[in-house]
Design a protein around this ligand. Structure first.
Ligand code: NAP
Ligand code: HSE
Length: 432
């Protein structure tokens, strides 16, 4: 009989509970399929007063009970946050234990160093659940796509924001209600600002970008902007113009530089990414050998994420059984410089409120023209009454041709300073 793989679980929240349940409820089936038992030895929690649905003898609020247990082969970290999760992962690796984690923050901020520690200690750390929930995406980047020169990743990699955007666009649900629903469904981070402000997606893009472009990408190399500035009017206009609004994570390599940015974007409704709704995520990749591929599935939630965590456990159970657990850490060649957001080129959708008077359009187009921003289309929508009833304001929507970010931002400041302009409603980048 092959000995069991003995597992210490750090965290018993949304993901940890689903992992524990699957290891317990599917024990026989997993033993049969894996070829050895997966034994849940101990589980770390923080708050001992919370009711739990697993055998209380497995539970501890003392990390040492699990990390110092010589009978544990593998630590599964599903606590979240940078600390103490980072310290516990490093402690486990240094003690010669394999690690599986769903923690994108730790892997995005410290991935290269952690992988080096694992290699030095002859153990492995796997992180499939850190990006894309239940979608197998890390494995394919590490293995199946390795022979490719990847020049583009475009992805929806945050389930919470995609759920919120879908609810706002299709049912007119307000932002707060949609966020509360996402939290109730177990999709959101402990601090949901990480989701809303695009930080979680930036961590994930840093992880994918490092693997795809063979370059160490830190979260600070990824520009991010969240969804909180979007208004119901943007969804209405986007639909009328033939677009969907999505929080996109984009990585592009060309001319010796790579650009990585996360922000709301208008995508033509005919594109596959525009049809990715609710908690679903999708990652599109373009490689020189494989061409275009699409990964699609549920990007958050207990079930899908536990599926990815258990996939990593099973992989390690197999490899430790065969004595080949150690893998070579990613070979970075750091061939790219990072293109700052200021140099990124794209088209823009601009919504603003301006006095409905003769000559105002001309002033706006002049301010844009001075920054060499050329307009593709101008749509003046309904008039709006604000404050002084003697002045009528019109909501104006503009679409630009391709422009570089820095001059576009300068032009927006110039437009905003025009006396006839009441306010800039939103500036959204348009893909592709
Ligand atoms: P969660 O529901 O907040 O659960 C966190 C668990 O960790 C809780 O059981 C908590 O203990 C425990 N914990 C937190 N800090 C601790 C500490 N200092 N000491 C001991 N225990 C501590 O979080 P989650 O949604 O399961 O997410 C866990 C990780 O998976 C995060 O890295 C997250 O980004 C990642 N992830 C989540 C999803 C998802 O859909 N939720 C998907 C992919 C990846 P108590 O129960 O005592 O509070
Ligand atoms: N909060 C994350 C999301 C969890 O909504 O995508 C999955 O990583």
């Amino acid at each position: 009989m092959v000995p069991p793989l003995r597992i210490g679980l750090l965290g018993l929240g949304v993901v940890g509970s689903a992992v524990a349940r699957a290891l317990i409820d599917k024990a026989d089936l997993l033993t049969h399929r894996v070829g050895r038992p997966l034994e849940l030895r101990r589980v770390l929690i923080r708050d001992a007063s919370k009711p739990r649905s697993i055998d209380p003898s497995l539970i501890s609020a003392n990390a040492d009970d699990i990390l110092d247990d010589p009978e544990t082969d593998l630590i599964v970290e599903v606590m979240g946050g940078e600390q103490p999760a980072h310290d516990y992962i490093v402690r486990a690796l240094r003690a010669g234990k394999h690690v599986v984690t769903a923690n994108k923050e730790v892997m995005a901020k410290h991935g290269p160093e952690i992988l080096a520690i694992a290699a030095e200690r002859g153990v492995d750390i796997s992180f499939e659940a850190s990006v894309g929930g239940g979608i197998p995406v890390i494995g394919p980047f590490k293995l199946d796509l390795l022979a490719n020169e990847i020049d583009e990743i475009r992805a929806i990699i945050n389930g919470t924001t995609n759920y919120i955007l879908t609810r706002m666009a299709t049912d007119g649900t307000d932002f707060g209600t949609a966020l509360a629903e996402a939290q109730k469904l177990g999709y959101a981070e402990a601090d949901p600002r990480n989701d809303i402000e695009g930080i979680d997606a930036a961590y994930k893009l840093a992880i994918l970008g490092s693997l795809a472009f063979h370059t160490v990408v830190r979260p600070s190399d990824v520009f991010h902007e969240g969804i909180s500035g979007l208004a119901p009017a943007d969804f209405r206009y986007a639909r009328e113009l033939g677009y969907a609004v999505k929080l996109l994570a984009i990585g592009r390599a060309n001319d010796g530089a790579v650009e990585l940015h996360v922000h709301p974007a208008l995508i033509p409704q005919t594109e596959m990414l525009a049809k990715v709704d609710g908690v679903f995520n999708a990652v599109t990749v373009r490689g020189d050998l494989v061409g275009n591929i699409l990964f699609y599935g549920r990007g958050a939630g207990a079930g899908p994420t536990s599926s990815a965590v258990i996939a990593d456990i099973v992989d390690l159970a197999h490899r430790t059984m065969e004595g080949t657990a150690r893998v070579r850490p990613p070979a970075y060649d750091d061939r790219y410089r990072f293109r700052p957001m200021d140099e990124v080129c794209t088209r823009y959708y601009l919504r603003l409120l301006a006095a409905d008077q003769p000559g105002v359009f001309a002033q706006i187009t002049q301010a844009l023209g001075d920054a060499r921003i050329s307009l593709a289309s101008v749509i003046q929508k309904q008039n709006v009454l604000i404050g002084d009833p003697a002045v009528e304001y019109a909501e104006i929507v503009l679409m630009t041709h391709e422009a570089v970010e820095a001059p576009m931002q300068r032009a927006i400041r110039a437009v905003a300073s025009l006396p006839a302009v009441h306010s800039i409603g939103s500036l959204i980048r348009v893909e592709p």
